[in-house]
Design a protein around this ligand. Sequence first.
Ligand SMILES: Nc1nc2c(ncn2[C@@H]2O[C@H](COP(=O)(O)OP(=O)(O)O)[C@@H](O)[C@H]2O)c(=O)[nH]1
Ligand SMILES: [Mg+2]
Ligand SMILES: [Zn+2]
Length: 373
Amino acid sequence: MRRSYRVIPAYASTPQAPTGLSELMRSSVSAFKTMNLKQLGWNVRLATAFAPLAKKGWQPGRIIRDNKITFGVILGDDSRHEVILSGKVYHEAETDADLPAVGDWVALEIGGCVSRNIIRARLPRGTCFARKQPGKSSACQLIAANVDLVAVVTDPGVDFNPRRMERYLAVIERCQLRPLLVINKIDAYSKQAVDDAVNALSQLLPRASIITSSAHSAMGVRTLEAAFQSGETIALVGSSGVGKSSLLNRLLQRDWQWTAEVNAVTGKGVHTTTARELAPLPSGALLIDNPGIRELQLWTDAASLRASFADLDALAMGCRFRDCRHGSDLGCAIRAAVEAGKIDPARYQNYLKLEEEIKELQKQSRKRKLKLH
Ligand SMILES: Nc1nc2c(ncn2[C@@H]2O[C@H](COP(=O)(O)OP(=O)(O)O)[C@@H](O)[C@H]2O)c(=O)[nH]1
Ligand SMILES: [Mg+2]
Ligand SMILES: [Zn+2]
C-alpha cells in the first residue's frame, strides 16, 4: 500500500512576477514578517532551509488546518489563506506521511497560477508525531509535524484508563516529544475520584507531569497555560469527548473560528472538530486540536518499549535464561517480582502484550517488503 489519494494536486506552472515589484515587496515586509514568523515557531533551522526558496519569490507559511482537499495556512503577517498542493510536492511524497500535514512549514506561492495559492515545497520537519495507521498495515500516519509537547487528555471516570495512557506515552517518547497528562472534567467528579486518578497515573507513569483541569469551571486552565511556552507547538490528543476542543476554547478565550459551525435551524454554534487544526493562543503557544483518535494502535519499535518499561527491562537481566519470555519460564525475575507484589500484574500483562504487538508489526513490515520486491 502506498498512499490514499486525497489531495488534489495543482498542475500549475509558476508565472514569474515582475522582479522589481516582488523584490520591493519582499524586502519591505521581510523584517516585520520574520518577527511574526517566530511566534509561529519559526527558527534558524527553518530559515536556513527556506533561504533558497525565498529566491523564487515564495513565502513561508505554517499549515494550520487540513481540509482533506485544501489546506489552511497562516503567514508571518497573520493572514490566513486556503492553499492547494503542487503536483511536484504530491508526486515527490513516497507515502502519506511525506505529504504536508498540520504543523508543517511550507513554501507558498500566494496568488499564483489563476490566482491560486500553491504549496511549492514542504520544509524539513524538526519532529513528527506519528502513530500506526488504523487497520492491519504497519504504515505510519502522521498526526502532526513540528510538535514540541503532546498533551494527552482524559477524565477521572468514563475515559480513565492508565494502560491507554501508557501506550500514548510510549508513542510520544518514541517520537522524542515531551508528554503531559491532563485529567479534565474535574468539576464533574468528587475530589476523591480526581485524587485516585492522579495517584494511579503518577504511580504508573512517574516521568510525566499531570495537570487536572476543568474546561467548564476553568479550574487548572491557568496551570495548563503556564505549562506551554511561547512559540512552542502542543498537540492535544485523547479520546473523543474528553474536552480537548473545550480546553482549546478556554485557552483561546473565544471560540476558534473554524470549529464554530452554525446550525441553520437553531442558529447556535455546533462544536465538533472534524479536521485537525492548529490555533495560536494569546499566550504565544500554538495548540493543535485533534479529532478523537478512535483506534490507538502503536507505531512503535523495540526502543520505545524499552524506554517505557525500563524498570522491567532491568529486572529481566536477572532472569535465569537469556531468552526468557517472562511467561512460565523457570527462574523468571519479572514474574517473581509480580508474585512478590513489586510489579503491578496489569502492567506486566501490558508488557507482554506490547512485545507481541511489536513482533506482529515487524512481521507485517517484512511481508510488505517481500511484496515490493
Ligand atoms: N463537566 C465537564 N464537561 C466538559 C468539560 N470539558 C468538556 N466537557 C463536555 O464534554 C463534551 C465533549 O467536549 P469536547 O470539547 O467537544 O471534547 P473533544 O471531543 O475532546 O474535543 C462536551 O459536551 C463538553 O461540554 C469539563 O471540564 N467539565
Ligand atoms: Mg474536539
Ligand atoms: Zn523472565
